[in-house]
Design a protein around this ligand. Structure first.
Ligand code: FMN
Ligand code: FE2
Ligand code: FE2
Length: 398
C-alpha cells in the first residue's frame, strides 16, 4: 500500500489484520499497520522497513516506487523486528544501500542480522542531504528501545517518529488523519501508549525537550495514521500522558467470581452517575483485556478497584493490574477500593498497601461486604465515598 503524502514523500506500509496479539501480548482486534516511508529524492531513501512476513508484497511495491533506480539509504529509527525483519532481504536486493542509524542501532543491526558493512553511523550533529531534502536526527533512547530516534526532514518539517505517536488499528483506506475517521485511532493511540511506551514517560518528556520548538508539520509514525491536522493534539496527548495529567472521569475495575463484587461496582457506578458524571467506565477484569483497563486508568483522574478475596489475595487479574500500574509508575490518581470476602477480609490491606506504594490519594471509606450479608451502614458509606469521588472528578482541572 503506497501513496504520496507530501511532495516526493511516500507512505509505504502494510496492514496486518491476522495477528491476534501484538508482541504476543496485546490484543489487536482491529489489526495494526506497519508504516515505512519512501523519499524519492536525488538519492532514494527508505525510513523504516518491514516485518519479514510481508517482504514479497513490500519489495514489489518498493520496486514500483523506485522505477528501476537503486535504493541509496535505509534510515532505521527503530529496529524492533516488526519494522526490520525484511532488512536481510533488502540488503540482498540492494547491496549498495547504506544503512543509517545511531551507535546503538548499528549494534542491534549486527546482533539481529549480522550486518556490519555499508552502514552509516550518525549522531545528532550530523545531517544527511539527499538532494532536495535534508534529514536531521533526534536520538530519543528508550522510546521504547535503546536505539530509538526521530528523523526530521528540514524542508517539509516532517517528523518520522518511530513507534512514538503510533496507534493500534489497521488503516481503513485513509492514511493521513484528515482522510479517515480518527475517533478510534485516538483511543487506540492511548492504548498503544500505555502498553508500549508508558513505562518510559520520563523519556517522552526528554524527547519533547530535545525537539524543543522545532516546527512539525506532519508526524509519520510506524503504526496507525499519519498525523497532519492533529499534530498539536497528538503532541498534547503524549505530553499529558507522560506527565500524568488526567481528564475528569472515573475508571471502575473489579474481579468477581460469583457476582457480589460486581454488584458493588454497579452500585458505585450508578451513584456516581446520578451526580451527573458521564465519564465512567466499568471493567470486569476477567473479561476486558488489561490494555483497555490501563488505557482508561491513564485517561481519567479517579480509579476505583474492587476484588473478591482469593486465597488471601486479590483476584489474579486484579493482582496483575496493580503490578502493571506499579510497573508503569502511573501517578496522580485519586483511588478508592471495595471488596467482598467470606472469612478473612484480606483485600483492604492489600489495596491500602498498593495506594501507599504508588502514592495515590486514597478516598475513604473503603467498602467491604461479607458474602451476601446486609449491613445497615453500607449504603451511607457508599454515599459518602461517592460524594468524595464526584468532588474529585469535579475539582479536576481538566
Ligand atoms: C478459590 C477461592 C479462594 C477464596 N479465598 C478466600 C479468602 O482467602 N478469604 C476470604 O475471605 N474469602 C475467600 N474466598 C471467598 C470469596 O472471596 C467470597 O465468597 C466472596 O464473597 C466472593 O465474592 P464474588 O461473588 O464477588 O466473587 C475464596 C473463594 C474461592 C473460590
Ligand atoms: Fe517497537
Ligand atoms: Fe513498532
Amino acid at each position: 500500500m503506497y501513496k504520496e503524502i507530501k511532495d516526493k514523500i511516500w507512505y509505504l506500509g502494510m496492514n496486518d489484520r491476522t495477528t491476534s496479539l501484538f508482541e504476543a501480548i496485546w490484543p489487536i482486534p482491529k489489526g495494526i499497520s506497519y508504516n515505512s516511508y519512501f523519499i524519492d529524492d536525488e538519492k532514494t531513501v527508505l525510513i523504516e522497513s518491514m516485518g519479514e512476513a510481508y517482504y514479497s508484497h513490500y519489495i514489489a511495491e518498493l520496486k514500483h516506487l523506485l522505477k528501476g533506480r537503486q535504493l541509496d539509504y535505509l534510515i532505521i529509527n527503530h529496529i524492533e523486528p516488526d519494522h526490520s525483519g525484511a532488512i536481510k532481504d533488502l540488503r540482498r536486493e540492494y547491496p549498495e544501500m547504506k544503512i543509517v542509524g545511531n551507535k546503538k542501532t548499528l549494534d542491534l543491526l549486527k546482533s539481529f542480522y549480522n550486518i556490519t558493512e555499508k552502514t552509516l553511523m550518525i549522531d545528532e550533529e550530523q545531517t544527511l542531504n539527499t538532494g532536495k531534502y535534508t534529514f536531521r536526527f533526534f536520538i530519543t533512547p528508550m522510546l521504547h528501545w535503546p536505539e530509538t530516534m526521530f528523523t526530521y526532514e528540514v524542508n517539509t518539517k516532517t517528523l518520522f517518529s518511530g513507534d512514538a505517536f503510533g496507534s493500534y488499528g489497521a488503516l481503513n483506506g485513509g492514511i493521513i488523519d484528515y482522510e479517515t475517521d480518527v475517533a478510534e485511532y485516538r483511543s487506540e493511540m492511548r492504548r498503544y501508549y500505555v502498553t508500549i511506551i508508558s513505562k518510559y514517560a520520563a523519556q517522552v518528556q526528554s524527547a519533547f525537550k530535545k525537539i524543543g520548538d522545532t516546527e512539525v508539520d506532519m508526524i509519520c509514525p510506524t503504526h496507525g495514521p499519519v498525523w497532519k491536522e492533529l499534530v498539536g493534539e497528538v503532541f498534547e496527548a503524549y505530553d499529558k500522558y507522560s506527565r500524568n495529567i488526567s481528564d475528569s472521569g472515573v475508571t471502575i475495575v473489579y474481579g468477581s467470581m460469583y457476582g457480589h463484587t460486581a454488584q458493588l461496582a454497579d452500585t458505585i457506578a450508578l451513584k456516581i452517575s446520578q451526580s451527573g458524571v458521564k465519564e465512567i467506565r466499568v471493567f470486569d477484569s476477567s473479561h476486558s483485556d488489561i490494555s483497555y483497563i490501563l488505557s482508561s486508568i491513564i485517561h481519567y483522574n479517579v480509579v476505583i478497584i474492587g476484588s473478591s478475596v482469593y486465597n488471601a489475595m486479590l483476584m489474579p487479574n486484579i493482582e496483575k493490574l496493580i503490578d502493571a500500574i506499579k510497573d508503569r509508575k502511573i501517578q496522580h490518581k485519586d483511588f478508592a477500593s471495595f471488596s467482598n470476602y467470606s472469612w478473612a477480609p484480606a483485600a483492604t490491606k492489600r489495596f491500602d498497601y498498593f495506594a501507599e506504594e504508588i502514592g495515590w490519594q486514597k478516598l475513604d471509606p473503603t467498602i467491604i461486604q461479607k458474602s451476601n450479608e446486609a449491613d445497615e451502614n453500607r449504603e451511607s458509606e457508599i454515599d459518602k465515598l461517592c460524594s468524595y469521588i464526584v468532588e474529585r472528578v469535579n475539582s479536576n482541572p481538566l
